[in-house]
Design a protein around this ligand. Structure first.
Ligand SMILES: [Zn+2]
Length: 447
C-alpha cells in the first residue's frame, strides 16, 4: 500500500452522487425559480424547497456535531439551551420548522444553524457570554438565518454559478477553517466545512431578526449589544478562537453600532427588560468550573493550527490535569499524537475518550485509524463498525473498512466496501486507491 495514502490531504471535487443531487435540485428548482421569503414577503431566488432544507439538515448536521465533539453530556445545560431556543422559535416567522438547540463540546467560540432548524452553540461561546439575554441574542441571530432561509439562498446562488456547496464530498475530504489539514490527515471531517458562509447583508438581517425575536420573548434589548461587544473584543484579543465564527458570520464594527442604535431607538422600551444573569450563571456553573481546562484546550488548538505539536501537548496535559475525563481534551490529545505518528499513544487516548463518551463517534475513528497504522486490521475493523453504529453513512468509514479487509487479504469484502465508497466519492487519493485495487483484483480473479 502506498504509505502517503493515509497521510496526504484528500481534496475532492464534485462527487457523482452530489452531481445527481444538484442536478435533481436544479431540475426541480428551475421550475420553481423564485419563492416568497417568509420574513420579508419579497421574491427570493430559491432552488431549494423546505423539504430539502430539512433533508439537508438531517443528513449533514450530525457530522458537524460530531466534528465538534458531540453534544454536551451536561443534560441540564442542554435542556436549558433547547428550552431557551424553542421559546424564541415560537416567536419566529417559521414556527413549524423542526427546531432543536444544543451545546456542542467544541472549545472555539461559535454558533451555527443548519437550514432545517438544527442550531448549536459551542461551550467556548457559552463561557464568553454573561447572561441569558445575550444567549437569546445569539440563538435569535441563528434563528434569523433559518427564518430568512439564508443557507438555502446561498446554495441556490452557488448552484447558478456552478460553485459547489459542501455535500458528502465535504464530509469525505473536508478542508476546514481550523486545522482542517490535520483532520484530513486523519481521514476525518473538519469543523466548518459543512457550514454556510453568509453575506454581510445576511448578517444584518439575522441581527435584526434576532433582536426582534428576543425582545418579543421579553428579554432586554441590551442582550444583543452585549453579544456584539463580546464578539468584537474577542476578535481583537483572541482572533484565533473566533476565526470560524468570523468566517461563517462576517463580523464588523458596524454590527455593534447598529445593535447599540437599535437598542436605543426601536427597542428602547425593552431595554429595562430582564437579562436573567443569575439563571444563566447557575445553569452554566458546571461548564464554568471547566474554564481553566477549556482555556488550555483553546491554547492547544492555537498551537495545533500552527503545527507546534509539542507546545499543544503541553497545554493538553494541563487541560487533562484539570479535567482528566474530558472527551474533547482526550480526542485532541489523540489527534495530536497521531499527527506526530505516535500510533500507540494516540490509540490509548482515543480509547480513553471512548470510555468517557461512548455515544460519540469521533474517538472510534481515531482508534481505528491508529490500529490501521499499527497493522491491527481486525481491531481497526471493529472500531470502524462501532463508528458506523453511532454515526452511519460517513463514506470515509466505508473506505477504511475496505482498507482493513485489504490488510486482512479478504478481497471480496474489501471490494464491496471500496465499491460502496466509490458510489459517493469518485475523486481524490482514497478513490484512486479503491479504483486501482478493484481493477487489479478483477484482473487477478480475486473478486
Ligand atoms: Zn450569522
Amino acid at each position: 500500500m502506498a504509505d502517503n495514502l493515509l497521510t496526504s490531504s484528500n481534496k475532492d471535487a464534485m462527487t457523482r452522487r452530489e452531481f445527481l443531487w444538484l442536478s435533481s435540485l436544479a431540475a426541480a428548482g428551475l421550475l420553481a425559480g423564485c419563492a416568497t421569503n417568509p420574513v420579508t414577503g419579497e421574491s427570493q431566488l430559491m432552488l431549494v424547497s423546505e423539504d430539502q432544507e430539512i433533508q439537508i439538515d438531517r443528513q449533514y448536521s450530525p457530522y458537524q456535531f460530531s466534528a465538534d465533539y458531540g453534544k454536551t453530556q451536561d443534560q441540564k445545560l442542554n435542556n436549558y439551551i433547547d428550552r431557551t431556543g424553542k421559546e424564541l422559535a415560537a416567536r419566529s416567522h417559521r414556527t413549524h420548522m423542526p427546531y432543536n438547540f444544543q451545546v456542542v463540546n467544541a472549545n472555539y467560540v461559535n454558533a451555527y444553524a443548519f437550514p432545517g432548524g438544527s442550531i448549536a452553540c459551542t461551550r467556548g461561546i457559552l463561557l464568553a457570554l454573561d447572561n441569558e439575554a445575550e444567549l437569546a441574542a445569539l440563538l435569535g441571530h441563528e434563528l434569523g438565518h433559518v427564518n430568512a432561509r439564508h443557507t438555502a439562498e446561498q446554495m441556490s446562488k452557488s448552484m447558478l454559478t456552478q460553485a459547489v456547496v459542501g455535500g458528502l464530498a465535504a464530509v469525505a475530504g473536508a478542508q476546514g477553517a481550523i486545522y482542517g489539514n490535520i483532520a484530513s490527515q486523519l481521514g476525518q471531517v473538519s469543523a466548518g466545512a459543512l457550514l454556510a458562509s453568509y453575506s454581510r447583508e445576511n448578517e444584518r438581517q439575522a441581527d435584526a431578526l434576532g433582536m426582534e425575536y428576543m425582545v418579543q420573548s421579553g428579554y432586554s434589548s441590551e442582550g444583543m449589544v452585549g453579544l456584539m461587544d463580546m464578539l468584537n473584543s474577542m476578535g481583537q484579543q483572541r482572533p484565533n478562537a473566533i476565526e470560524l465564527m468570523f468566517a461563517t458570520h462576517p463580523m464588523s464594527q458596524e454590527r455593534y453600532q447598529t445593535a447599540v442604535q437599535t437598542a436605543e431607538t426601536k427597542y428602547k422600551a425593552a431595554k429595562k427588560n430582564p437579562r436573567y444573569r443569575e439563571r444563566y450563571l447557575d445553569t452554566t456553573a458546571g461548564l464554568r468550573a471547566q474554564k481553566d481546562a477549556i482555556d488550555q484546550m483553546q491554547l492547544a488548538e492555537k498551537e495545533m493550527a500552527k503545527e507546534n505539536f509539542s507546545a499543544a501537548d503541553t497545554h493538553l496535559r494541563q487541560a487533562l490535569k484539570k479535567a482528566p475525563s474530558d472527551y474533547t481534551a482526550l480526542v485532541m490529545m489523540s489527534k495530536s499524537q497521531l499527527v506526530q505518528k505516535k500510533w500507540a499513544v494516540g490509540r490509548q487516548y482515543a480509547e480513553m475518550a471512548q470510555q468517557s463518551y461512548p455515544q460519540e463517534a469521533q474517538a472510534y475513528h481515531l482508534s481505528g485509524f491508529a490500529k490501521v497504522k499499527l497493522k491491527d486490521y481486525d481491531g481497526a475493523l471493529e472500531e470502524f463498525n462501532r463508528y458506523d453504529s453511532v454515526l452511519a453513512g460517513n463514506p470515509n468509514t466505508a473506505f477504511f473498512k475496505g482498507y482493513c479487509y485489504e490488510g486482512m487479504k479478504k478481497y471480496p469484502q474489501a471490494g464491496q466496501e471500496y465499491r460502496r465508497y466509490l458510489q459517493t466519492v469518485t475523486q481524490g487519493n482514497y478513490a484512486n486507491h479503491a479504483y486501482s485495487r478493484l481493477r487489479q483484483w478483477q484482473a487477478q480473479g480475486l473478486i
